[in-house]
Write a protein that binds this ligand. Structure first.
Ligand code: NI
Length: 170
């Protein structure tokens, strides 16, 4: 089921999520909804708070629905290793039309669980490493402008406030 994407400044995007303890049909349905909603919005990653659910789960598909083997579900993920630096442009479905270059680790290792609760460990570089860091930030209540300089972040927030005033930001 496609669910509506929650936009900044909704508070659900700005608080840490709850760890998942039960691996049941409800969780599988949530992950399926997250993929549906992400594909509809043409994103490559989506975290549960972005559909209003404050739980520690995120989905990623860099292939944009072209390759089922690239579907990733991370339950209770944590970054356990980071190395190097990359500085590339990011956007976010919860901040439409806002893009900026964010400094991230070039390579990360993530420990998580799959939908059955089985422990998994994944490694990513380049775009995948960025997706891991961006989505796991969401699960900690952090949006990408928070990773920019205070000056750049304030410019973005000012731009959003202007759009809110004119009714262009819903
Ligand atoms: Ni995002």
């Amino acid at each position: 089921m496609i669910r509506e994407i929650v936009k900044y400044p909704d508070p659900v995007l700005q608080r840490p999520t709850e760890r998942i303890a039960e691996f049941n049909d409800e969780l599988r349905a949530l992950a399926a909804d997250m993929f549906d909603s992400m594909y509809k919005a043409q994103g490559i990653g989506l975290a549960a708070p972005q559909i209003g659910v404050s739980k520690r789960i995120t989905v990623i598909d860099l292939s944009n629905k072209q390759n089922p083997a690239e579907q990733i579900v991370l339950v209770n993920p944590e970054i356990v290793f980071r190395e190097g630096k990359q500085h590339e442009e990011e956007g976010c479905l919860s901040l439409p039309d806002i893009r900026d270059r964010v400094t991230r680790a070039a390579k990360v290792k993530v420990k998580a669980q799959d939908l059955d609760g089985k422990p998994i460990e994944l490694e990513g570089t380049e775009l995948l490493a960025r997706a891991f860091q961006h989505e796991i930030d969401h699960l900690d209540g952090i949006l990408f402008p928070w990773r920019l300089s205070a000056l750049k972040r304030d410019l973005i927030l000012r731009r959003i406030r202007k759009l809110q005033k004119t009714g262009e930001w819903k």
